[in-house]
Design a protein around this ligand. Structure first.
Ligand code: KMT
Ligand code: NI
Length: 180
């Protein structure tokens, strides 16, 4: 998984947005933001994921296929919703099985976008309370497992003036040592 600062250049969201000079972001920096990444090879991933899920107490998983065929008539609205800046009150955990895409996470307190280019084998934990968004790349095709701690909660809370005082947002900022 490559991580770099999003270039904020106008253009299709599915492009790399990695204009030179590319500014990489280290796994250490991601860790400071509580964004966790691990590579789990596709071969034998079932057993490895079972172990990770047991360790972290995740109880459910399902599979999502983000593509025109995979999502059918909800494709357009889903693609748009995924790319609206939002937060969740639970962790968002994804294991990429096929295809590729980008998760953008907001660095605090800079408010810069960090782009995470995910590929098969990437396990990503996006913490509760961090602002983020998702897009496929130009292939419009990605398949992922979604892991859930409890019953799946789908609620995406779009960023607005009120989300700054959401308890998950406040707790997140506190957890990374950023004070309002
Ligand atoms: C999400 O919540 O942003 C998604 O599920 C995106 C698709 S997972 C590759
Ligand atoms: Ni999300």
């Amino acid at each position: 998984m490559r991580a770099y600062y999003y270039d904020n250049v106008a253009g299709d969201q599915r492009l790399l947005h990695d204009s030179p000079p590319s500014q990489s972001v280290s796994e250490e920096r991601l860790k400071e933001l509580n964004v966790l990444h691990r590579n789990i090879p596709l071969a034998g991933h079932e057993q490895q994921l079972d172990r990770v899920m047991a360790e972290r107490g995740y109880k459910h998983r399902d599979k999502i296929h983000v593509s025109k065929e995979g999502l059918g008539e909800i494709y357009e609205s889903k693609i748009k919703a995924f790319f609206d800046e939002h937060l969740h009150e639970d962790e968002e955990i994804r294991y990429i099985l096929a295809g590729a895409g980008f998760f953008d996470v907001r660095e605090s307190p800079s408010d810069a976008w960090i782009r995470l280019a995910v590929e098969p084998g990437d396990l990503l934990v996006i913490p509760a309370g961090i602002y983020h968004r998702f897009t496929t790349d130009m292939q419009d095709d990605i398949e992922a497992l979604r892991l859930f701690q409890d019953a799946p909660k789908w609620i995406a809370i779009n960023r607005n003036a009120e989300t700054e005082s959401n308890v998950c947002r406040v707790n997140y900022l506190q957890s990374i040592g950023v004070t309002a």
